[in-house]
Design a binder for this molecule. Structure first.
Ligand SMILES: C[S@@+](CC[C@H](N)C(=O)[O-])C[C@H]1O[C@@H](n2cnc3c(N)ncnc32)[C@H](O)[C@@H]1O
Length: 245
């Protein structure tokens, strides 16, 4: 997958993209990240990328021309029209489901807004969609773009060492993950559940399936309403509800 990111602050991406799984994905040739400084597409004397809002009001608005020039130049370079996404608090909330969808794309182009946001004509005529990280306002789209790349890239085949760890992740199949433990088996009197030490793989699998339902029921019952539960999962849920009553 190739990801192009348009930003006023390319150096913000150093660090997050040079470590861990994202770094490995790039090394393995699964991921290519291209950072573009929007200022390079502002051709006036002062390289202005923002201007005062029509109608007055505080703050500055990102200008339409540099954004169009930048996106068109990237489209020409790759001879394709990548899915073009504006990070925006007004967009569709970002979810694991959305990341699964994005992971199927060959190219992604992410636009990071700043200041009071971008000229509305960018939203109307340049991008395919807006994605929001949540119902709050960030200073800029950079942190949101990092999150979108991180979550999406984990889904690409060959990025994670173990395929199962992806499937068991919270949200991947509409449930939260089961509780995880590592050594020591006892710490300050708190013991790891005996079944995990039993070596009985069937029993461990069964315990984990039950724990995923239990954790989801206790922490995010709304997710259970959105998921089609299997017969076994429905049985487990009933058992957990009875136990907790
Ligand atoms: C200060 S915000 C502008 C907010 C805008 N005035 C509004 O209320 O809709 C600047 C930029 O940060 C990014 N941003 C802010 N909050 C975000 C969120 N929740 N999700 C994704 N991007 C966000 C967007 O790119 C936005 O253009």
């Amino acid at each position: 997958m190739r990801v192009d990111i348009l930003t006023l602050f390319p150096s913000m991406f150093k660090g997050p993209f040079d470590e861990s799984i994202i770094k490995r994905a790039q090394k393995r040739g699964i991921l290519e990240i291209h950072l573009h400084n929007l200022r390079e597409f502002a051709y006036d004397k002062h390289r202005m990328v923002d201007d005062v809002p029509y109608g007055g009001g505080g703050g500055m608005v990102m200008k339409v021309e540099p954004l169009f020039r930048a996106v068109e130049s990237i489209r020409n370079e790759i001879k394709s029209s990548p899915k073009t996404i504006l990070l925006s608090p007004q967009g569709e909330p970002f979810t694991q489901k959305k990341a699964k969808e994005l992971a199927k794309e060959k190219y992604l182009l992410l636009i990071c807004g700043h200041y009071e946001g971008v000229d509305e004509r960018v939203k109307q005529h340049l991008i395919d969609e807006e994605i929001s990280l949540g119902d709050y306002v960030l200073t800029g789209g950079e942190l949101a773009a990092m999150v979108v790349v991180d979550v999406t890239v984990r889904m690409l085949p060959g990025v994670l060492g173990c395929k199962d760890s992806l499937r068991e992740d919270s949200f991947y199949e509409g449930l939260l993950d089961y509780p995880q433990y590592t050594r020591p088996a006892e710490f300050r009197g708190w013991k790891v559940p005996g079944v995990l030490l039993s070596g009985n793989h069937q029993a461990i699998e069964k315990w984990r399936r039950e724990m995923r339902i239990k954790t989801t029921f206790e922490k995010r019952p709304d997710l259970l309403g959105q998921k089609e539960l299997t017969l076994e999962e429905r049985g487990l849920l009933e058992k957990i509800k009875q136990r907790e009553n």
